[in-house]
Design a protein around this ligand. Structure first.
Ligand code: PMP
Length: 429
């Protein structure tokens, strides 16, 4: 069992048997309201017949195509469809796409693209990669090196030449804020400090999650992303937004790039790109980056990189069917209609037992519980287990509880989530 304390887990594995719409059913037949869209990915809800049919058809049409010196039309069709909704809209020109099989691969691919780009424009001395504390960028060696989660890094070597901005989590100044926090834009100046420390000519790229998800729903302070963009541009540093969670409608806009109106040079996505049905990631790069590698002098080294399953036909079929649903049902912006109600339901928990902070944005909430001094994380885990018993799936990251439902969620289901959640919090030891 990945990401699980297996020695404890063998005693009582929690197994899901089926899923439809907003609900999972466990192998024991218990219905569980999906408060986490699977793992931030099942944005159109479970068991969508359109996706099943598209994937089924694709298996019997073209099940696999080699990715070495060959391709297949569906990958181009899906790339065109993604390009049409690419982060930042048509002016941003972030519409050159590289397919991977996961968020981790998307991140490592994005880092490689940034390095290859710097080389292509004669900036080969730029090899340093900057991430952020409390960032999560998957489990590849690139992603964990720029990531900032101690447990993921602890026993592994990390890439040389990585550094980190400070994180923006500051409940003392920003607790229970409605929307983006007021304080902390100046933390973006950490990038300027790293430029002073290392020299701009050594720095290739900086990567951040616009909204950090896995480490507890950390929102960017007002002005923070703008400032990061300005500093990166000033020093020729490639700015990467990791939108593996925030992409495909999670914030009520197609991408966080659109939501915040700040355009990076590269955007990584995964999860919602296929509604979680077939593993896939997609990296969006700017035309400037793409063209530098395509039109540079003959001696420019192109990006030599790929996976056996890059642009897998089944993933492309699932992705196209997923985009059809998103577009037909307006799901990429539906979160904007629900966001205010969502926020109010959760902020009403202010003052509940143990609740230290509540952060909401789009259709995401992070409820931070005060940690037990003797056992940090225990309260969060207890809440997760108890919610599940009462029929609600949430995600615990230490003592921070996150919810982010499928974007098809109805108001009544949001209220149901809050009712179960609130009863669990009230009953916590
Ligand atoms: N980046 C971010 C921001 C993520 O949230 C995640 C996964 N939660 C990843 C990368 C890694 O994605 P995957 O698990 O698909 O490798």
């Amino acid at each position: 069992m990945p990401f699980t304390a297996n020695r404890q887990f063998k005693a009582a594995p929690r197994l899901l048997g089926s899923a439809k719409g907003m609900y999972y059913t466990t192998v024991d037949g218990d219905r569980v309201l999906d408060g986490t869209a699977g793992l931030w990915c099942v944005n159109a809800g479970h068991g969508r017949a359109e996706i099943a049919e598209a994937v089924g058809r694709q298996v019997s049409t073209l099940d696999f195509a080699p990715t070495f010196q060959m391709g297949h039309p569906l990958a181009f069709e899906f790339a065109e469809r993604l390009a049409a909704i690419s982060p930042g809209g048509p002016e941003a020109k972030l519409d050159r796409i590289f397919f991977t099989n996961s968020g981790s691969e998307a991140v490592d691919t994005a880092l490689k693209i940034a390095l290859a780009y710097q080389r292509a424009i004669g900036q080969g001395s730029r090899t340093r990669l900057i991430g952020r504390e409390r960032g999560y960028h998957g489990v590849g060696f690139g992603g964990l090196s720029v990531g900032g989660m101690v447990n993921n890094r602890r026993v592994f070597p990390t890439l040389n030449g990585t550094d980190h901005l400070r994180h923006t989590h500051d409940p003392a100044r920003n607790s229970f804020c409605e929307g983006q926090p007021e304080h902390g834009a100046e933390l973006a100046d950490d990038l300027e400090r790293l430029v002073q420390l290392h020299g701009a000519e050594t720095i290739a790229a900086v990567i951040v999650e616009p909204v950090a998800g896995s480490t507890g729903v950390l929102l960017p302070p007002k002005g923070y992303l703008e400032r990061l963009r300005a500093i990166a541009s000033k020093h020729g540093i490639v700015l990467i937004f990791d939108e593996v969670i925030s992409g495909f409608g999670r914030l009520g806009a197609p991408f966080a790039t659109d939501y915040f109106g700040v355009v990076p040079d590269i955007v990584t996505t995964a999860k919602g790109v296929t509604n979680g049905v077939v593993p896939m990631g997609a990296v969006f790069a700017s035309r400037a980056i793409h063209d530098a590698m395509m039109t540079g002098p003959e001696n420019v080294i192109e990006l030599f990189h790929g996976y056996t399953y890059s642009g897998h036909p089944l993933a492309c079929a699932a992705g196209i069917a997923t985009l059809d649903i998103y577009e037909k049902e307006g799901l990429l912006t539906r979160g904007a209609e629900l966001a205010e109600g969502w926020r109010n339901v959760w902020l009403a928990l202010k003052g509940s037992r143990h609740v230290a902070d509540i952060r909401t944005i789009g259709l995401v909430v992070g409820v931070e519980l005060a940690s037990r001094p003797d056992a940090p994380g225990a309260r969060g885990y207890e809440a997760f287990v108890e919610c599940l018993k009462r029929g609600l799936l949430i995600r615990a990251s230490g003592d921070i509880l996150a919810l982010s439902p499928p974007l098809i969620v109805e108001t009544g289901q949001i209220e149901e989530m809050a009712r179960i959640f609130s009863s669990v919090i009230d009953d916590l030891a």
